[in-house]
Design a protein around this ligand. Sequence first.
Ligand SMILES: [Zn+2]
Length: 476
Amino acid sequence: MEYEAVIGLEVHVELKTESKAFCSCTTAFGGEPNTHVCPVCLGLPGVLPVINRRMVEFGLRTALALNCTIAPMCKFDRKNYYYPDLPKNYQISQYDMPLARNGYLEIEVDGEKKRIGITRVHMEEDAGKLIHVEGPNGDYSLVDYNRAGVPLLEIVSEPDLRSPEEARAYMEKLKAILEYIDVSDCKMQEGSLRCDANVSVRPKGATSFGTKTEVKNMNSFRALQRALSYEIQRQIELLEKGERVVQETRAWDEDKQVTYTMRSKEEAHDYRYFPEPDLVPLAIDQEWIEKVRAGLPELPDARRERLVRQYGLPEYDAGIITGSRALADYFERAVALFPDAKQVSNWLMGDFLRLLNAQGLEPNQAPVTPENLAELLKLQEEGVISIKIAKQVFEEMFATGKGAREIVQAKGLVQISDVAELTPIVERVLASHPKVVEDYRNGKEKALGFLVGQVMKETKGKANPSLVNKLLKERL
Ligand SMILES: [Zn+2]
């Protein structure tokens, strides 16, 4: 039997506000443990939370960028559970009246576009962090509340995804949008972008859903894709053997590349949600919504279309370049100075991204600025350096952060286009290869290539090849 997977994703995004969701403590990453705390985020008795306006604005920005409908009225609720990283023993979240609902984003897999529904977007606060220590007298845990109370958005998708590739494409698009609207750092490794998946399988074409499992602990796009592939295969094998899928929460083990049971349905928490009595319901007026909407930047899909239209870029190039706002910004700055857009995109998709990825850098951290790249391309276009030398200079620019002209001059890489300088070399080559010269004169055209090669060798690749051709032909 042929099966298909049904996947929905729950994504948590840490918002990059200056202060926490309900107090004025800093959200700065790191810091000495338990120094970014106050009575509110430590849950001491008698304190009152205050809603961070900026968190709501970032939530609106995200919801609008995801084509959601903003609720005219939303409220906060308490999600109750006991865990040492949660000082209040409840998390302030939103339950039945979230900030926004019914949005979508568009993905493309194997050239096919597909709209993925967004069920809801809601605001909540993060928990602290437990650090487990192995001590000589037994293991123990330390708790750091610096992260407790940092604002999060939870973005829940419809179960519209049908493969691990689609899930990955969804995450990549969501991350790109969040970066474009500048609400989060979106670092999966550092936990500012986290993702849980609901996965089930069913016979292909069926309309009802199979029993689902929830998979957690996937810390990269690659982990997400592999965990889903594993889990889908596991469920199919169970069904093929005539067994049942058990509804449970499973975790991805990156080392073993398997999912394993974390807790069964019977152990699932009953969160006993109830309205947060210390916070007023939030009525967001239309004027504010429209102001936030008007302030949204151009989003990835729109920018991709514009790059194709405005610069004549192929769809493929435009897709890669607009996959990151920083890369698209870089591209447009370089093209403003060097208008051959396809050349710029070739360099970006080739040597630039290769060197960037090798060093784990973002485009805006590249040692080569758009100005410097444009300068290099100009030197090549003007014939000052050859394409081969240009690649060599680019590596050097990337390693040192120096400008193209500076490197070309310091290393004496300037292409030789001076007739007076090339003539003696050309004549020397001709004089030392009389047999080849004779072959050429007898009609063996290939002999010319050999002679050009000899001149290039003598000049360490710096001679202007078309000029060398011309000078040789004049003498043959
Ligand atoms: Zn605080």
